[in-house]
Design a protein around this ligand. Structure first.
Ligand code: BES
Ligand code: ZN
Length: 639
């Protein structure tokens, strides 16, 4: 839906429902219809919400939730404490919610009228929930229930969990999915505190992006409090048979009991990661940092829900090799959660800063050589992505500041925001020196803590506090508002990758790279994960079956249980027509739901008619195991 349709839609509400909403208003007030004027202004600012936050906004949200696994429904009451600037209409965002009644008042509740705007099938925004209030209204209580198809909620049957005995549930709010499980003003612009009373089946634990207990409550009732103001996309809930392992220094991990020991081993560096992050950009502001390992369907590697990162079990590689994802999510405790993008067009402020910070943490802990390899892997992905975007429907998407009018904010989740964003900061670091940039960033996090900002606010701050004081001129505008990668982009070098490139070339030309040189045999542990990924990328897609078989014979890539390496291997296998991967690939696609892995695999598969038929067959089997986010992306692709 584009802005025009949106506004036409709103005018339609005004005409169709005006009588209900404006009931009791004088004709003058009616023609002014200030809420709608305001709405139009607000919606120009953030195109992904219907809410009128400039007129009235939630300050604190109090939730009563009853989680029913049999029906796959959450029964809820969302009690919004508002700051009301004198309006008679409050607009919330809802998607697939069944609204039972709405009352006003804190202690004495009185029912009020509401209308729900139309929802067109393609609309990603859901529907506006328009509530009649008075200019004095402070408390709005929305009684509702979710739909079993809620886009945010993944309901998992016991078979899809590690223990296979208990069901599991988790929510994914970012970018605009919170409205499918809680009626909210669905814009990151507004920050709220929240509390929740959650009732779950007796033997399960509930945890949220808030202060959590570490034990299962016999009565199945849990209370939560998030006392720092957060954007609503960070409200999150997970319910399952969970246990907890403390890792020290205010960090720990929740996982099903079957996985908890493996998790404690895999993520043992977590306290050190937190220390390193604090050394770089100042004190951690959220008291506790825990993570929860969700089932395989989780569509991301990690999600930075405050105090409780949600993570994919593929991170348990057995050797700590995918820990950078956790460094990334922790880094969001500064970039993203403390200083938040005001709209989804400013998404790079969240992700670009986080990728830069993540890499700094990795350097601090594991050295520059490793950090550079990680960065180079990402940079290769950026180059490819720029190429793809430039050839596609929206070449303007290679800009850092996006213009996602009428589009899913998910479309902005590309390496542009992540890696071009990080390269912008790396380039500044090269030109001004690490010390100056760090001081600037530390102050930036302090200055805008618990605030939401746009790219424009950042550009001004950068100019005033870094460029001007150092009398330095930088092509900031080109970086943020123009397409492609500026010429002055920082260049990452990795001598270890150069060696890998030679190794790949030698191997492809028929050299035996496996033979023992003085006591050294090429084995899995010869190189780190990122080196193997690079090795596979440097091999041509036309590589012969005989060469692929040889790799399998010596290193058994087809059964290597490291999702990053598996993805690279499967991609090479699909592109070169290497059949022996088939069974293993099918198992992977029906088990793992992380979009970053499965989408490129489906993309590669559909390039041939045979591959496409097979992909469709596998997807029809697998889709029940995917969260809405991944399911929708693959569905769009296959269509
Ligand atoms: N916040 C993102 C995930 C996200 C972005 C969800 C946009 C919904 C909409 C998270 O921090 C993230 O970036 N995850 C990455 C981690 C990687 C870059 C290390 C992922 O899951 O791939
Ligand atoms: Zn991120």
């Amino acid at each position: 839906m584009n802005l025009k349709t949106l506004i036409v839609g709103i005018l339609f509400f005004t005409l169709a429902f005006g009588a209900v909403i404006m009931e009791g208003c004088s004709p003058e007030e009616n023609t002014k219809s200030n809420a709608y004027q305001q709405f139009i202004q607000d919606s120009v600012f953030d195109l992904h919400t219907y809410s009128n936050t400039k007129m009235i906004k939630t300050k604190h949200l109090s939730l009563d939730l009853d989680v029913n696994f049999e029906k796959k429904i959450i029964y809820g009451v969302a009690r919004h404490e508002m700051i009301n600037y004198g309006t008679d209409t409050a607009i919330f965002d809802i998607r697939d919610l069944d609204i039972q009644k709405i009352t006003l008042g804190k202690t004495k509740e009185k029912e009020t009228d509401f209308v729900i705007g139309p929802w067109d099938k393609d609309s990603l925004l859901g529907q506006p929930l328009i509530v009649k209030i008075t200019p004095k209204t402070k408390y709005i209580n929305i009684y509702y229930k979710t739909s079993p198809n809620s886009a945010a909620i993944d309901w998992l049957d016991p078979e899809l969990t590690e223990g296979k005995k208990h069901p599991f549930l988790y929510t994914q709010g970012q970018a605009i999915l919170t409205r499918s499980w809680i009626p909210v003003q669905g814009t990151p612009k507004n920050r709220i505190t929240y509390q929740a009373n959650v009732k779950v089946p007796k033997d399960l634990m509930a945890i949220m992006s808030a202060k959590n207990d570490t034990k299962i409550h016999e009565d199945g009732i849990y209370h939560f409090k998030m006392t720092k103001p957060i954007p609503c996309y960070l409200i999150a809930l997970a319910v399952g048979n969970l246990s907890y392992a403390s890792l020290g220094n205010h960090t720990g991990v929740y996982a099903e009991p079957e996985l908890i020991d493996a998790c404690a081993k895999e993520f043992k560096d977590l306290p050190e990661i937190l220390n390193a992050a604090e050394r770089i950009y100042g004190k951690y502001q959220w008291d506790q940092y825990d993570m929860v390992i969700l089932p395989y369907s989780f569509p991301f590697g990690g999600m930075e829900n405050p105090m409780l990162t949600f993570a994919n079990p593929t991170l348990i590689a057995g050797d700590g090799s995918l820990i950078s994802v956790i460094a990334h999510e922790l880094a969001h405790s500064w970039s993203g959660n403390l200083v938040t993008n005001a709209t989804w067009n400013d998404f790079w402020l969240n992700e670009g800063f986080t990728v830069y910070f993540e890499n700094r943490i990795m350097e601090e802990l594991y050295g520059k050589e490793t950090a550079d390899m990680l960065a180079l892997i990402e940079f290769q992905e950026l180059e490819q992505e720029i190429n793809t975007i430039q050839k596609g429907k929206h070449p303007e998407d290679t800009r850092l500041k996006l213009a996602l009018n009428g589009r899913d904010p998910d479309d902005g989740m590309t390496d542009i925001a992540y890696v071009k964003g990080a390269m912008f900061l790396k380039t500044l670091e090269r030109d001004l020196g690490r010390q100056r940039l760090d001081k600037f960033l530390k102050n930036y996090f302090k200055q805008f803590a618990f605030k939401t900002i746009t790219s424009e606010v950042f550009v001004d701050y950068l100019h005033d506090h870094l460029l001007l004081p150092n009398n330095f001129s930088f092509n900031t505008h080109e970086w943020i508002y123009e397409e492609g990668l500026p010429k002055n982009c920082f260049h990452i070098e990795s001598p270890r990758f150069d060696q890998i490139k030679t190794l790949a070339k030698d191997f492809n030309q028929g050299k035996n790279i496996f033979k023992k040189k003085i006591g050294k045999k090429l084995e899995r542990k010869t190189y780190i994960t990122q080196e193997w990924m690079a090795f596979l990328r440097y091999l041509p897609d036309s590589i012969s079956k005989e060469r692929m078989l040889l790799l399998d014979k010596h290193l058994d890539f087809t059964h290597w249980k490291n999702a990053e390496i598996q993805t690279e291997w499967f991609l090479k296998g699909i592109r070169s027509g290497y059949q022996p991967i088939t069974k293993s690939l099918e198992q992977f696609l029906t088990k793992v739901g992380r979009r970053k892995y499965i989408l490129p695999l489906y993309e590669a598969l559909i390039k041939t008619p045979k591959g496409k038929t097979w992909a469709k067959k596998v997807f029809s089997k697998a889709k029940g195991h995917y969260h809405y986010v991944s399911r929708k992306s693959v569905e769009d692709l296959l269509q």
